[in-house]
Design a protein around this ligand. Structure first.
Ligand code: TMP
Length: 209
């Protein structure tokens, strides 16, 4: 839990409409919550974090060892937490982060098959006890999600993975959401953006009261 701020993360496989929903949510919260809203993303959110993001997503680099990928993700996160997220929360703001550590459990754990205990150890090292107050997991049938990704054109290093990779990622998200129903809320993303947006606001409402 955070001190006075509110830490919200948005998760899901590629093509579920996450970026659009993050934008709509931040706009709504900035207008209606009366609090400062910080929109940020992972990997990224700082100058160094964005540089690390470039390495992680670059399809032109040779294949990356799974442990190297994991450490890069957490290196970006350490910087992001200390320089951006914690100060914003300490000032009482609402932080909306497009992906966070649940993505590491889903992609590096589920997708790449890295040991979840190792990921938990790094989570504690980098975050201490800090966890999101609420995590909204956008869920969409993978065939529909894949269609949206391919319509976008240029694919990054993760988007180029095969269907089985995304099945493991999605399964990992669903399993985590089932294990932590208080913090993680599954949201059906198979609807128009306005409807999905209202579903997210419904999940957030109890926290904003
Ligand atoms: P996105 O901004 O389109 O969601 O792209 C970020 C990519 O980075 C996405 O494919 C998932 C991946 N990723 C991980 O593999 N592990 C992580 O911990 C995070 C935050 C992202």
């Amino acid at each position: 839990m955070t001190n006075s701020g509110l830490f919200i993360t948005i998760e899901g496989t590629e093509g579920v409409g996450k970026s659009t929903q993050c934008r709509m949510l931040c706009d709504a919260l900035s207008k209606d919550s009366g609090r400062t809203v910080l929109a940020t993303r992972e990997p990224g959110g700082t100058e160094l974090g964005e540089a690390i993001r470039g390495l992680l997503l670059d399809p032109g680099l040779p294949a990356m060892h799974g442990t190297a990928e994991l450490l890069l993700v957490f290196a970006a996160r350490a910087e992001h937490l200390e320089r951006t997220i914690k100060p914003a929360l300490a000032a009482g703001g609402i932080v909306v982060c497009d992906r966070f550590t649940d993505a590491t459990f889903a992609y590096q754990g589920g997708g790449r098959g890295l040991d979840a205990t190792l990921i938990s150890t790094l989570e504690t090292l980098v975050q201490g006890q800090l966890r999101p107050d609420l995590t909204l997991v956008l869920d969409l049938d993978l065939t529909l999600a894949a269609r949206r990704i391919h319509d976008r054109g240029d694919l990054d290093r993760f988007e180029q993975e095969r269907g089985a990779f995304f099945e493991r990622v999605r399964a990992a998200y669903l399993a985590r959401a089932a294990r932590e129903p208080e913090r993680m809320k599954l949201v059906d993303a198979n609807a128009d953006p306005e409807t999905v947006h209202r579903r997210l606001l419904d999940q957030l409402e109890p926290l904003l009261r």
